[in-house]
Write a protein that binds this ligand. Structure first.
Ligand code: BTN
Length: 246
């Protein structure tokens, strides 16, 4: 597939995801809605996404599986879009000199600090994903995070500042490479290699059983459930069923 991203910059939007969803029929596959400033950035679980105006990347990629040679994606494989998005951020950051990992399901961490978050909103047509809005926030040049205690940025880690426009072009190149892995084993293999805390004994909250425990992340199932081993027992968790205690 030839990847022709169409990056559309806005000085201010409420949320790039909201804008993409409002006009989903008007945006082609691989449109990228980017805002220098978001007044109502949205995060997972109804949280807000805070980002200082002009300093970071806040954008949404519109995907229309089945268009322009992009393979169709069945609802069963929806987690592959999390894999593609997370790995694109990790490889983009690596080019900027930042070694990051994927805190399942799709936060991007550097050591114990969050550098990027992803919010994917899919529309379905029967058993297939008709369109997907992949919203990504990456902390680039911001060094002061008044609202957040565990945030970090490329500038904090490397000391270097980057143009947001150039950075987004670079990100799209990485995304284009990663999306070509859709349907191959190497997509989940690479995701597993980059998994935060994998193979280490760490503490978690089990929200189903309402208890904390020490366990080891073993991987992620094809359908996107986290596999965690406690002693001899292996369990799998959906999003919101388990929390990290950092
Ligand atoms: C999270 O970690 O909770 C997900 C954060 C996602 C933030 C991005 S910024 C661009 C896009 N537009 C939004 O309103 N949210 C996503």
């Amino acid at each position: 597939m030839e990847n022709k991203f169409n990056i559309i910059w806005y000085n201010e939007l409420d949320s790039t995801n909201s804008e993409a969803l409002r006009h989903i029929d008007d945006f082609d596959n691989l449109s990228v809605i980017a805002a220098r400033c978001q007044s109502k950035g949205r995060g997972q679980r109804g949280n807000r996404w805070f980002s200082a105006p002009g300093e970071n990347l806040t954008f949404s990629i519109v995907l229309k599986p089945g268009a322009d040679g992009l393979r169709k994606i069945s609802v069963r494989d929806y987690f592959d879009l999390n894999r593609v998005s997370s790995l694109s951020v990790v490889s983009f950051l690596s080019i900027l000199g930042v070694e990051a990992s994927v805190k399942w399901p799709n936060d991007i961490y550097v050591k114990n600090r969050k550098i990027s978050g992803i919010l994917i909103e899919n529309s379905l047509a029967g058993e297939e994903i008709a369109s997907s809005v992949i919203g990504i926030g990456i902390n680039l040049n911001q060094t002061d995070f008044p609202e957040l205690s565990n945030a970090t940025s490329v500038k904090i880690i490397t000391g270097n500042s980057f143009s947001v426009e150039d950075a987004l072009e670079l990100f799209c190149k990485e995304f284009g490479k990663t999306i070509s892995l859709l349907g191959s084993n190497s997509l989940s293999e690479t995701y597993e290699e980059k998994l935060f805390q994998k193979g280490r004994l760490c503490r978690y909250s089990d929200y189903i059983r309402d208890r904390e425990f020490d366990g080891i992340i073993k991987g992620v199932t094809e359908s996107g459930r986290l596999i965690v081993k406690e002693g001899e027992e292996e369990r799998t968790y959906a999003f919101k069923e388990i929390g990290y205690i950092l």
